[in-house]
Design a protein around this ligand. Sequence first.
Ligand SMILES: N[C@@H](CCC(=O)N[C@@H](CS)C(=O)NCC(=O)O)C(=O)O
Length: 196
Amino acid sequence: MKLYWSPRSRSFTTLWLMEETGQPYERVLTDISTGANKTPDYLAINPMGKVPALVDGDVTMAEAAAICAYVVDRYPQARLAPALDDPRRAKYLQWLFFATGCIEPAILQAYLKFEIPTSTAAWGSTTQTFDVLDRALETGPWLLGDDFTAADVAVGAGMNYAIRMFNMVPTRPNFDRYLDACAARPAFQTAAKLVA
Ligand SMILES: N[C@@H](CCC(=O)N[C@@H](CS)C(=O)NCC(=O)O)C(=O)O
């Protein structure tokens, strides 16, 4: 697999995930500060011209959370997702989609301070999204309890970015405990050094 990535970007999510699998992969530096993400060759991989993106044989794909889902299903031996017939798969998918569908816009709303009616905004509001996440992390250590999954990579990377890297939203005790647990993982540390 080839992972197209850029320093100091959302590529971190997928680098962390790849490191968690323990499988070999090729990193293709696509530095967004140089416009490498807007070349015709790269746009053929991701027409959005954004990183990360993944190439696996004839497969091309983008969107960090989708890449997480794809990779862990390709490497089931890494045990980073409940199996298809495991009832916990439902919550795993819910949190994976929550990362981009709710957490990401909630962070931007907190940062940019724009108002949208809560019934219209897909994430309700920053408070609503973070209250729900806070309660889900009450027991821990992970979103599915004792089992760390790719949903923790997607959620943990987003929260780490917003709270610890860019100070965009205030932290809470459950978030701190969760982010400490994420940051203690060797794969997280390897990925953090790569994107620094
Ligand atoms: N929805 C995408 C967002 C990716 C994204 O926003 N990437 C940013 C870097 S963090 C990017 O490539 N920006 C460069 C640009 O748009 O020119 C995902 O989750 O993968």
